[in-house]
Write a protein that binds this ligand. Structure first.
Ligand code: ADP
Ligand code: MG
Ligand code: ZN
Length: 417
């Protein structure tokens, strides 16, 4: 309806102070305004909160938001209050009096948002009480917590499977940054019995120039790459602690301000390296996958993979640490068949159930497909995450199209693995 459309823009500008929706936000907002259940998949930082907050404010009434962590709830509530919106969190980190006072503001209609953990929401009492209030939207943040496939499974999230029936009046928005297909299907199945509209977007990081190059004398190649970019901050991923140490030592010997970072180091030593990296520019971090979770440094100009990563998810996460400021950045992977063999061996030798091994082997195959592609590298990466796009013009295959003959030869080599 046109009055909702006008109100949606008013909320975006007046309440949030934004001029426009970011890519992918508006279709999710519109689907929720039309009363449909949605699963929205967008990377961290893309703006998932707005996807449910804007339609909730546009429609009026109360929005119930499920979140797995107290800190996340408090952050969201603080953010909404800064924008002049009455929001409450009810959780075990607050006193009983505070929670009661919050609930009063929810019940009186003053509060527009109430945040709580799934175990609090999914009680007969809470569902009954909410059933008597004008609930206009339900949001489930970090929805991948419902999937046993993901790494952050929370058993309490499974009870949310009853939510669709328990509060039938309001559309449900499930939000996650998890790009993996199996996890996504699992969320859809467990929360919505398979029936919800799925939106995937915002995975593109167009300022990162992506390239993959054949691996030969990688130590020298890394040293040259770094030497050609003096004073820039960068991250170099290596497959093992030993290689991390070797590479860091080699760069240090060449006069680069480089630090090693891996799980075998003393925690204090690791923390010191990380702090220096975050505080200064021009520091190069040489690390295993142990490095990077939650790192928010805006001016990382390159991410190098000295060895092939284990999956496209891991690769995407890792290169995503480059160019957060939006300025040009580089992601370069050194890729060799030997790495793929090593990765396959890791999978074979690991002590887990066959299904898990099968999933990991498939993920590795996808990575190999990406490395071997002769069409746009970014298009292949985004397609893996379910996002359609055209050729990017900012990857090695776009800028320097490989000869088809080489591709075929490589593919043959690979099939003989
Ligand atoms: P996510 O949950 O996807 O990781 P958030 O919802 O926390 O991301 O949003 C990340 C940041 O983006 C926040 O600072 C938010 O204010 C900002 N943001 C969201 N939508 C927009 C928009 N349309 N225009 C500008 N900034 C936005
Ligand atoms: Mg979020
Ligand atoms: Zn491209």
């Amino acid at each position: 309806p046109p009055e909702l459309a006008a109100e949606k823009w008013r909320v975006l500008k007046a309440t949030f102070g934004f001029d426009a929706f970011r890519p992918g936000q508006e279709p999710v907002v519109d689907a929720l305004l039309a009363g449909r259940d949605v699963l929205a998949v967008m990377p961290t930082g893309a703006g998932k909160s707005l996807c449910y907050q804007a339609p909730a404010l546009t429609k009026g009434g109360l929005a119930v938001v499920v979140s797995p962590l107290i800190a996340l709830m408090d952050d969201q509530v603080a953010g909404l209050r800064l924008n002049g919106v009455c929001a409450e969190a009810i959780h075990s980190g607050r006193s009983r009096e505070d929670n009661v006072a919050s609930w009063r503001r929810v019940a009186s209609g003053e509060a527009r948002f109430v945040y709580m953990a799934p175990e609090r929401l999914m009680t007969e009492r809470m569902l009954g009480a909410l059933g008597r209030l004008p609930v206009s939207l339900i949001a489930i943040d970090e929805a991948h917590c419902i999937s046993q496939w993901g790494h952050s499974f929370r058993a309490e999230y499974l009870t949310l499977g009853r939510l669709r029936e328990a509060l039938p009046g309001a559309p449900i928005a499930a939000l996650t940054a998890t790009a993996d297909d199996g996890t996504r299907a699992d969320i859809l199945d467990k929360l919505f019995g398979g029936r919800a509209q799925v939106f995937v977007s915002g995975f593109d990081r167009p300022n990162i120039a992506i390239s993959v190059t054949e691996k030969a004398d990688v130590g020298t190649a890394i040293e040259r790459f770094v030497a050609a970019r003096p004073g820039l901050s960068g991250v170099i991923y290596r497959i093992s602690r030993k290689k991390v140490e070797e590479t860091a030592a080699r760069l240090q010997a060449a006069g680069v301000r480089a630090f090693a970072y891996h799980a075998g180091m003393e925690a204090s030593e690791r923390a010191a390296a990380q702090e220096t990296f975050l505080a200064e520019s021009g520091v190069v971090m040489v690390a295993t996958v142990a490095f990077g979770m939650g790192i928010d440094k805006s001016d990382v100009r390159y991410v190098l993979h000295g060895d092939a990563p284990g999956s496209l998810e891991a690769y995407y996460q890792e290169i995503g640490r480059a160019g957060r400021d939006g300025a040009p950045a580089e992601a370069l992977m050194f890729y060799g068949l030997e790495d793929v063999r090593t990765r396959r061996r890791f999978i074979d030798e690991q002590d887990s159930d066959p299904e898990r091994k099968r999933v990991e082997a498939r993920r590795l195959d996808a990575l190999v497909g990406f490395c071997e592609t002769i069409s746009c590298r970014r298009q292949a990466l985004l397609a893996y995450f379910g996002e359609a796009s055209g050729p990017c013009g900012n990857c090695d295959t776009c800028l320097d199209p490989p000869e088809v003959v080489d591709g075929t030869r490589d593919a043959r080599l690979l099939l003989s693995l």
